[in-house]
Design a binder for this molecule. Structure first.
Ligand code: AMP
Length: 155
């Protein structure tokens, strides 16, 4: 798989990508909030959902569907949270259309909807900057996860 994809200002190495469609790619997360928290990202670098062409927006949703069923099974989930923070005032920190796909299980959170505060844990996010304290994962850890997931998509 050869790519030169951007995620906002970040150049994404192939080793972090586990899925590709015509208009989107699946990306393992630098700072997952729970294991299996991945992202589906539009290949074209635009910040807002309404800047995607209809076929790109449709592909994003179809890709999210495809990725979610693999992720749910692989991480032994029973449900999935999808989240798309569309613009900085909605909690978006990387100005590039992407959807969070998070496998969920019974009682993984004491209060189910606390997952949304975890997505937006730190108030500084209001300024559209990611000041989270969660440690970024190593390139190797991300590569190993992407290698495992890629196989499940037949790549
Ligand atoms: P949001 O706050 O909705 O814009 O989500 C940004 C997401 O991107 C968070 O889950 C971050 O952990 C994740 N993230 C930021 N930079 C990278 C990166 N270089 N590679 C993978 N995930 C990233």
């Amino acid at each position: 798989m050869k790519s030169m994809f951007m995620f906002g200002p970040n150049v994404i190495p192939d080793s972090q990508i586990f899925y590709q469609s015509l208009h989107c790619f699946g990306l393992v997360n630098l700072k997952p909030i729970i294991p299996g928290h991945v992202l589906v990202v539009s290949k074209r670098l635009v910040p807002r959902l309404n800047e995607l062409r209809p076929e790109e927006a449709a592909d994003l949703m179809i890709s999210a569907r495809n990725i979610s069923s693999v992720i749910e099974k692989y991480y032994k989930g029973t449900s999935v949270t999808f989240a798309l923070q569309d613009g900085p005032d909605a909690g978006q920190t990387v100005p590039h259309v992407h959807m969070h796909i998070i496998p969920r299980r019974t009682e993984d959170y004491e209060n189910n909807d606390d997952i949304y505060s975890d997505l937006n844990k730190f108030e500084y996010r209001k300024q559209g900057v990611d000041h989270e304290e969660r440690k970024p994962r190593s390139e190797l850890a991300m590569k190993l996860e992407a290698d495992q997931l890629r196989v499940l998509f037949g790549k």
